[in-house]
Ligand binder design. Structure first.
Ligand SMILES: Nc1ncnc2c1ncn2[C@@H]1O[C@H](COP(=O)(O)OP(=O)(O)OP(=O)(O)O)[C@@H](O)[C@H]1O
Ligand SMILES: [Mg+2]
Length: 378
């Protein structure tokens, strides 16, 4: 395993004409390449409600989804992104990989949340090697974490540009967050090939399925069980990520407390297909929180970026995006195009990959694990 170093544990990379984030916080693929190339990538999304695994075959011209598995996690094993009970989590991970028929120990997983910061910065145009040396100093100016305890990576977005300055995408994560993830994986006997960042994995899944989302300013909003992750893309570059602690759990609790529903009835409404007055009432409050989160992220971008335009569209994914009436309510409130996104829109899917799962019911939940599995092996 690559051990943590205080700064940029591996090379920075240069981007193409349009940025495809290749940033990763930990990467042992070069090491693994010595032992032969792998054809498949296993994406592992450790959600607070559901553990999700997606396996993608990269051996053909186009990636193909060959297997998916979803396993529920016991309540409160992960709270607000923090792993409270590593034993329960690693057991669920093992179960999920077994359900997917995965025998390899190499997985791609990610970190996200408030201990991860991504930022687009401008620095004087220098060669990549020199940029790497500058980056620590730059990060100190832009990242509100103690530099001794972060993992950094960066990507030059316009390596062929000619101006005096160049654009750099910087990512910093608290090392403790990465280490905690690695501990739980190691308890499950896994050695992650890559530790990615949630925002970049989502970007990769959207790039394949929604090429339109790569122009202008758009928000990719992943509404999960505990957390809603808001990611802003500017011309295909993921430049801002923010989390708010609203997810299906809060909707369910509101339905129970305010509307007197049983936990089962509340869950059935949330995972159902039909709108109801109960849901509409709850969406009013919680939907507002999500709308404000999106507005704040867009406003922050407008105040901090010289060039970014106004938010053009919102794409929803995650279990919460299935709440009947929520996408419409957000669209009306934000006066924007709000679309529920499906990671299988442009992705080849092998027969039987989803087995007994109902495709329409689980597809929106698969955006992140599919984005992780889209990382090329080696
Ligand atoms: N078909 C489904 N099966 C299971 N849960 C579903 C389904 N459709 C919607 N849900 C809801 O979505 C939630 C899980 O969504 P998701 O997998 O996006 O969250 P998570 O990744 O586990 O959570 P977080 O990202 O907040 O840690 C469930 O708790 C449930 O309320
Ligand atoms: Mg999630």
């Amino acid at each position: 395993m690559v051990t943590g170093r205080p700064f940029a544990p591996y090379k920075g990379r240069t981007g193409g004409a349009r940025c495809k984030p290749t940033l990763v916080l930990r990467d042992r693929r070069q090491l693994m390449a010595l032992f032969g190339r792998k054809k498949t990538t296993v994406g592992l999304d450790i959600g607070s409600g559901l553990i999700k695994v997606a396996v993608i075959d990269h051996s053909k011209a186009e990636p193909e989804l060959i297997k998916v598995a979803i396993v529920p996690l016991l309540a409160d094993a992960i709270v607000e992104g923090e792993i409270m009970d590593p034993g329960i989590v690693s057991e669920a991970i093992t179960g999920c990989l077994a359900a997917a028929g995965v025998t390899t120990r190499d997985v791609v997983t990610a970190v996200g949340g408030r201990d991860v910061i991504i930022k687009k910065i401008q620095i004087e145009r220098v060669k990549e090697q020199q940029a790497r040396e500058l980056m620590r100093w730059e990060a100190e100016q832009h990242v509100p974490f103690d530099m001794e305890s972060v993992e950094l990576d960066f990507q030059i977005l316009d390596p062929d540009g000619e101006g005096m300055e160049m654009n750099v995408l910087l990512v910093a994560a608290k090392r403790e967050l990465v280490e905690a993830k690695l501990r739980v994986l190691s308890e499950a006997g896994l050695t992650p090939a890559v530790v990615d960042v949630d925002a970049f994995a989502l970007h990769n899944a959207f790039e394949v399925n929604y090429p339109d989302a790569m122009t202008g300013v758009v928000a990719l909003v992943n509404i999960g069980h505990e957390v809603t992750n808001i990611n802003i893309l500017d011309e295909g570059v993921p430049i801002l990520t923010r989390d708010i602690t609203v997810g299906t759990r809060r909707f369910r609790e509101d339905l129970q407390r305010e509307r007197g529903l049983s936990p089962e009835d509340a869950a059935a409404l949330i995972q159902g297909y039909d709108r109801s007055p109960h849901l509409d009432a709850v969406i009013e409050g919680r939907g507002e929180e999500i709308a404000v989160g999106i507005e704040r992220a867009a406003a922050f971008l407008a105040s901090s970026s010289r060039s970014a335009g106004a938010l053009r569209a919102v794409y929803l994914c995650g279990g919460g995006s299935r709440i009947p009436g929520l996408p419409d309510a957000l669209g009306t409130r934000l006066r924007l195009q709000v679309e529920q996104a499906n990671p299988l829109t442009n992705l080849r899917v092998r027969d039987g990959a989803l087995e007994s799962l109902v495709t329409d019911e689980v597809a929106p939940l698969l955006m992140l694990p599919i984005g992780l599995a889209l990382r090329q092996p080696n």
